[in-house]
Design a protein around this ligand. Structure first.
Ligand SMILES: CC(C)(COP(=O)([O-])OP(=O)([O-])OC[C@H]1O[C@@H](n2cnc3c(N)ncnc32)[C@H](O)[C@@H]1OP(=O)([O-])[O-])[C@@H](O)C(=O)NCCC(=O)NCCSC(=O)C[C@@](C)(O)CC(=O)[O-]
Length: 421
């Protein structure tokens, strides 16, 4: 009997300690500069469980009880404060090991596939994401919680992100256009046990708007101002749920409906997204008409003058319609930007920009930065294999110049080796 009593006391104590550790993780993860722990700490036990285990039981069975009251109080005070901080301060896309480390946001599974003619089965998307993770991609945009009536290719995202292999320390953002999309995502996340050692399906959403009303109406059926109004509560709720929020501004150079874009509008919309709580804004040359000179001019306007945005809050997102995407990436890097969106095999297009070709190929970016002062994560040879596999599977031409060159080199080497035998 006495033994059982002591055992019970220790179980209570251990539970309280575990709860305290868990609380500490949550405080830490709410620190916006920490990107690693947030995935394990979206929720905490119901308050009644805490009261029983942290306050009542330790007093009935007084063991380290002096610790529990301050723990309980601090937990509930700090929780609110850290959330405030999270909203206004900044995450980094990833903790960059050096000032010349370039973060690649691999957008192939989302931006790359959303414009395919046929609907791609979830298992194929899962396979693509798994291969990209294995090849060392650290941020993989994995799908969209948008209306399947608008973008049928993104249907099944919940299944994809539930089934893909989630690697620790990686991020798998998904696009969310409105509260309905966020509701669906949060519903899914609520099914994952809070103390699981498995990362949840995602810890990040991306919201999107544009620099022109015409494009935004075609893309999301509302003006830019209306979209910002719609996205503010979505962002707030996502941050409260412990998710990272990234923003996109489309058509930063040219709009397929209204022509040349005023860069000061790009600056204004980007600022609005950062003020809302986005940790970073990706500037999309959606139609791929930019060249180094227009990209530089746009970035100069966005980054300088009154309310200029810092380079570490911006990312470059270039489509390759005119073959200038790699040059535009180099221009953005030269201007201090260190996050680039790209898609394996140069997959992509945009459903609301007819004629637009894919994103800059990840392989081409990796090759362009090889032996330079810039460093990127990932295995180029493995990415070439993935780009070729995906292109063949989709029955499309591999759009990566580097991919094709490396495949040709391998073929030559294979023939030379065969001839020697
Ligand atoms: C924003 C809406 C929904 C407005 O579309 P809407 O028609 O105005 O919305 P609604 O609220 O009237 O709803 C219409 C129907 O959609 C449903 N619905 C509504 N929301 C959702 C949702 N989240 N998930 C699932 N279903 C949804 C809703 O329930 C309803 O269903 P019904 O009653 O008719 O059966 C729509 O315009 C939309 O989904 N647009 C998404 C477009 C898109 O995904 N574009 C591509 C991504 S952006 C991009 O590629 C650019 C980027 C980021 O890569 C950067 C660059 O290159 O520039």
């Amino acid at each position: 009997m006495a033994f059982s009593f002591v055992l019970f006391k220790y179980v209570c104590f251990l539970f309280a300690r575990a709860n305290f550790c868990f609380t500490s993780i949550e405080h830490f993860s709410d620190n916006p500069n920490n990107t690693e722990t947030s995935i394990r700490s979206r929720k905490h036990p119901p308050i009644i469980v805490e009261i029983v285990f942290n306050l009542i039981l330790p007093h009935i069975l007084p063991l380290h009880s002096f610790l529990h009251i301050p723990m309980f109080v601090s937990r509930h005070i700090f929780k609110a404060n850290f959330r405030q901080v999270a909203r206004s301060a900044a995450y980094a896309t990833a903790a960059s090991p050096s000032p010349n480390h370039v973060n690649i946001v691999e957008v192939g599974p989302r931006d790359g596939l959303q414009n395919e003619k046929s609907v791609i089965p979830p298992h194929l998307k899962v396979e693509l994401i798994n291969r990209l993770g294995k090849a060392g991609m650290t941020i993989i945009e994995s799908g969209s919680f948008v209306s399947p009536k608008w973008v049928p290719q993104m249907a099944g995202t919940a299944e994809v992100i539930s089934k893909m292999k989630r690697l620790h320390g990686r991020h798998y953002p998904v696009l969310v256009p409105n509260m309905k999309g966020l509701d669906s995502l949060l519903d899914l996340l609520s099914q994952y046990p809070q103390l699981s050692t498995e990362p949840p399906p995602t810890d990040e959403i991306a919201i999107f708007t544009a620099a022109t009303d015409a494009f935004n109406k075609a893309n999301t059926n509302c003006t830019v101002a209306e979209s910002l109004e719609r996205l503010e509560p979505v962002t707030r709720r996502a941050l409260e749920a412990g998710l990272r929020v990234r923003g996109y501004v489309s058509v930063v150079i040219a709009c397929p409906y209204s022509g040349k874009v005023d860069a000061s509008k790009v600056k204004e919309v980007s600022r609005a997204l950062l003020d809302m709580g986005c940790y970073e804004v990706s500037l999309g040359d959606t139609v791929g008409m930019g060249n180094p000179s227009s990209v530089r001019a746009m970035l100069e306007t966005v980054m300088s003058g009154n309310g200029g945005l810092p380079a570490d809050k911006l990312a470059g997102h270039f489509h390759d319609t005119y073959g200038t995407a790699v040059a535009n990436v180099m221009t953005a890097l030269d201007m201090g930007i260190r996050t680039i969106d790209s898609a394996v095999g140069g997959l992509g297009g945009c459903p609301y920009s007819p004629g637009v070709t894919g994103n800059v190929a990840t392989e081409d970016v990796m090759y362009a930065l090889k032996d330079s002062k810039y460093k990127v994560d990932g295995d180029l040879e493995a990415m070439v294999d993935i780009g070729e596999w995906m292109s063949q599977t989709l029955g499309r031409t591999n759009a990566s110049r580097t991919g094709k060159a490396i495949l040709a080199r391998r073929e030559r080497e294979r023939k030379t080796a065969g001839a020697k035998l």
